[in-house]
Design a protein around this ligand. Structure first.
Ligand SMILES: O=C(CO)COP(=O)(O)O
Length: 128
């Protein structure tokens, strides 16, 4: 199972805090984490093993979308900052669209991420 993690700058602390609550479950061998570049750095510093792609504005969102299109992702957690402008907004929209096209679960805020991660980490197939 592979989970993609992305957070806009105003939400990176929220992402690290969120993941810290699931550290035990997320560090199992059957769950791989992949993230956009700067989000990945923050996650790594918090002690997680994570594959880092390009930074979002440099194509990281597009790389995550490509993984989703290839059905290589089981969940995308994307903490968007709805109060900030982003030069790569078309990439953000494209990523969300691709998730919808391919029926990839997409959590764009803390409340939905909590629900989805609890579900996915307690699904018997994925339990350690
Ligand atoms: O910009 C992002 C999402 O749109 C996230 O990119 P970074 O993780 O590199 O900051």
């Amino acid at each position: 199972m592979k989970i993609a993690l992305i957070a806009h700058d105003g939400k990176k602390a929220d992402m690290v805090h969120f993941l810290s609550g699931y550290k035990d479950k997320l560090q199992g061998n059957h769950i791989a984490l992949v993230a956009t570049g700067t989000t990945g750095l923050h996650i790594e510093k918090a002690g997680f093993k994570v594959q880092k792609l390009l930074s979002g504005p440099l194509g990281g969102d597009a790389q995550i979308a490509a993984l989703a299109a290839q059905k290589e992702l089981d969940l995308v957690i994307f903490f968007r900052d709805p109060l900030a402008k982003h030069p790569h907004e078309p990439d953000v929209q494209m990523l969300m669209r691709i998730c919808d096209v391919h029926h990839i679960p997409l959590a764009t805020n803390l409340a939905s991420a909590e629900l989805m991660i609890q579900q996915i980490t307690t699904t018997p197939t994925y339990e350690q």
